[in-house]
Every structure is written in C-alpha cells, then in structure tokens.
Ligand binder design. Structure first.
Ligand SMILES: [Fe+2]
Length: 207
C-alpha cells in the first residue's frame, strides 16, 4: 500500500483549477467510451456503479511524483493526448478531491525511473464535480519478456488518503491487446484523433 503526499486545502484548490484548465483544452467529456457500467441488477438501489477493475501495479511505480496535469512538457515525439474523465463512488456520486495519479512510458516505450524530472508521471485532485484531466502523449510499447505489451497508462486513485484503486488503461485497436495477459476491454479507450498529431480520450472511474 502506498500513500500520496499530504495535501493542503490550498493545493487541492489549485489542482482543481488545473483540472478545469485541462478540460478547457479540448478533452472529450461525453463519457461515451468509459462510463462506469450502471448495475441495475439490484432494483432496490439502481444507483450503483460497478467498480473499475483492478490491474497490476507493474515494476515501474515510484512514489512522490509531482503535482501536475501537463505531462507533455519535454518536446518529445509522440501523439499528444488529453485524457480526462471523472471519479465516482459506488453510488455513482462524483468524488471531489480524490487524488488520481498516472504513470506511463514515453514514445519509445521507456519509463523514467531515475531522473528528477519524473517524466510522464503526475498526480492531481479531482474538482468539485469529480473531474480530472491530464495532457500527455500516447505511450510507446515495450518488451515484456518475448512479447510487447500494448500501449497503456497506469493509474492509482486515493480517496481521503486511502488508496482505492490501482489499474491500467488501454487503447482500442492496439494489435497487442489480444495477446496481452492484462488487457481488459472494459478499460480500453477509443482515441478521438484530431488529425493534427493530437487526440483525446476519456475514462470514468468508479471506486
Ligand atoms: Fe507499464
């Protein structure tokens, strides 16, 4: 179990503002690709959201990553990507001030495990409507043994300082999805390609 750094009220307010700034940059917020599935099997409580499935943490997680929403600040090659969505609880209620952290490989499939830059790693707090937004690039694939892993983004979410989710997000149509041991179509996103070297995708989490 890992713990995020301590958050002051001022930091949370600032991060919420950053999240809203990211949303204003043109992310797809319709949630059509990733809305938490509504579990209607219990008629007494139709407002229940199935929890986002977990996935392995993998070997490249590091603690203490910077508070930031823009991970595309090094001028690296790669398709620019805005990833946005919401974090909700099991009753589908948006969670404000949940901490969401992502980490991923660069365009060549390499993780920054050692430098002070902590490239392609960042955390932010959800805003009052439970929204988050990161700007980054499409991660590259990397060899895991004899086989490439499909492009993916690692995610952790904390609520009130307690870790609630470790998972990974994937991208539709990656040729390595179907041969990957961890790929899950429930956590696969469609990329809305803007046609100018950038795109956006969305995922709504339930924890
Ligand atoms: Fe990974």
């Amino acid at each position: 179990m890992t713990t995020p750094r301590h958050w002051s009220r001022r930091e949370i307010a600032r991060l919420s503002l950053l999240g809203l700034t990211g949303l204003a940059l043109g992310c797809n917020d319709d949630g059509t690709d990733s809305e938490p599935s509504l579990d209607t099997s219990d008629s007494a409580d139709p407002r229940s959201c199935a929890s986002t499935p977990t996935d392995i943490e993998g070997p490249f997680y590091v603690e203490g990553v910077p508070i930031r929403s823009d991970l595309d600040t090094w001028g690296d090659p790669g398709m620019k990507l805005t990833l946005s969505g919401t974090v909700a609880d099991a009753d589908c209620t948006p969670l404000a001030n949940a901490v969401i952290e992502i980490w991923q490989a660069d365009d060549e499939g390499a993780y920054d495990n050692d430098s002070a830059d902590m490239r392609y790693r960042g955390q932010q707090a959800t805003d009052a409507e439970g929204r988050y937004a990161f700007t980054t690039i499409i991660p590259g694939r990397y060899l895991n043994g004899q086989q490439y892993r499909p492009a993916h983004i690692h995610v952790k979410i904390w609520v009130d300082g307690v870790e609630r989710l470790t998972t990974q997000l994937y991208f539709d149509d990656d040729p390595f999805n179907e041969v990957d041991a961890w790929y899950d179509p429930e956590r696969s996103m469609a990329i809305n390609d803007h046609g100018d070297g950038s795109g956006d995708c969305s995922y709504d989490f339930a924890v």
